[in-house]
Design a protein around this ligand. Structure first.
Ligand code: ZN
Ligand code: ZN
Length: 369
């Protein structure tokens, strides 16, 4: 089969022919239709420090997917051949304290699809049946594929209710854009979004941000106060992984407010905890992965309700072979979520106008599976 492989411990990826995986009694084999690119994949492509410490080449990468089950192991009862599926990409051990107490998303022995095992930038992927998620057959494949990062956005924004609350989202990369769509679907107002990239701020508005601010030119904290009658926002969701955005958000959130942190920082961050967190009595959530499988049910309901439209965030559709072009586009920051079609982009989607690359800026990305 065709697969995008990290062939050796060095930057880059290669399209190769590799054997179709053989499955065990508890696995399923999925014919991948669509896969989407995560910040994690770009890290592996660029071969940064985290990748060097984590990835063991040769390996097929990729973890976000939608496809059809073509074979099931003899123990598998939960899914059948022909089912349209996606997958939770965190592969928990099932045996540790966290797994046994309903917190599999923070398993102590967590492995990640396409990071610790062969992934789904390929014609076929092997998955443990336990992480396979059955989709509504009518769900568009590209939307089905991004349910995994969408779950991160749901956990980040909806860690507590946001309906009728003011909200600040910092970082309008793919995850932040999905977060804006979730906030809008949930009835937050105003939804204030920040990014240093004007292309992404325009996308943010198309997904439901009511005000966008570019911290390169605008005083974010003052603007947020002005938009909230001087109070500051009740909810702050940090997607950027940029220490400056974290500091601005902690300033801009109102005392007693709630903070959710998803963005990952390149190095340890200094925060004035006394002034910005303790005396403000903030509630702070660290967000990692999706709750298994509570988040997936929430994502399903939000999509099925018709209230949540993530399609403006899916800015580019490429054939799998164009993975390198897609990675470069991500590095340039001139995109939302990029979708790769394993057997080519369907004709009706290929016509979709691709946004013009007007601005080049490096936007930090996260390493959430
Ligand atoms: Zn991902
Ligand atoms: Zn575990």
């Amino acid at each position: 089969m065709r697969a995008v492989v990290k062939p050796r411990p060095a930057p880059g990826l290669e399209l190769q022919r590799v054997p179709v995986p053989t499955i065990g009694p508890d696995d399923v084999l999925v014919k991948v239709k669509v896969t989407s690119i995560c910040g994690t994949d770009r890290h592996i492509y660029e071969w940064d420090e985290w990748s060097q410490a984590t990835i063991r080449p040769p390996q097929v990468i990729g973890h976000e997917l939608a496809g059809h089950v073509v074979e099931v192991g003899r123990q598998v009862r939960s899914v059948g051949v022909g089912d349209f599926v996606s997958a939770e990409t965190h592969l928990p051990c099932g045996e540790c304290l966290q797994c046994r107490t309903g917190r599999m998303h923070v398993c102590q022995n967590m492995r990640i699809l396409g990071v610790h095992t062969d992934g789904c930038f390929a014609e076929y992927v092997k998955l443990p049946a336990a992480v396979v998620w059955k989709n509504d057959p009518d769900l568009p494949p590209a939307v089905a594929s991004v349910q995994e990062p969408l779950g991160n956005a749901v956990d980040t924004v909806l860690a507590e209710p946001v309906t009728g609350k003011s909200l600040l989202i910092t970082g309008c990369g793919p995850a932040g854009l999905l977060g804006i769509a979730v906030a809008r679907a949930a009835g937050a107002f105003p939804i204030i979004a920040t990014d240093v990239n004007d292309y992404r701020l325009r996308l943010a508005r198309s997904l439901g941000a009511t005000t966008t601010l570019n911290p390169g030119r605008e005083a974010v904290v003052e603007a947020v106060r002005a938009l909230t009658g001087g109070d500051g926002v009740e909810v702050f969701a940090e997607f950027s992984g940029h220490p400056g955005a974290l500091a601005q958000g902690l300033e801009a959130v109102t005392p007693g407010g709630r903070v959710s942190l998803l963005g990952l920082y390149r190095s340890p961050v200094e925060v004035d905890l006394n002034r910005l967190v303790i005396f403000k009595a903030l509630t702070v959530y660290g967000i990692t992965g999706r709750k298994m499988f509570e988040t997936w049910y929430r994502v399903r309901s939000l999509l099925a309700s018709g209230e949540l439209d993530v399609t403006p965030a899916l800015t580019h559709q490429f054939p799998l072979e164009a993975f390198a072009e897609a990675m470069e586009l991500m590095s340039a920051g001139a995109c939302g979520k990029i979708v790769l079609w394993v057997d080519g982009v369907p004709a009706e989607l290929d016509d979709v106008e691709r946004p013009v690359r007007e601005e080049e800026s490096r936007v930090p990305v996260t390493v959430h599976g």
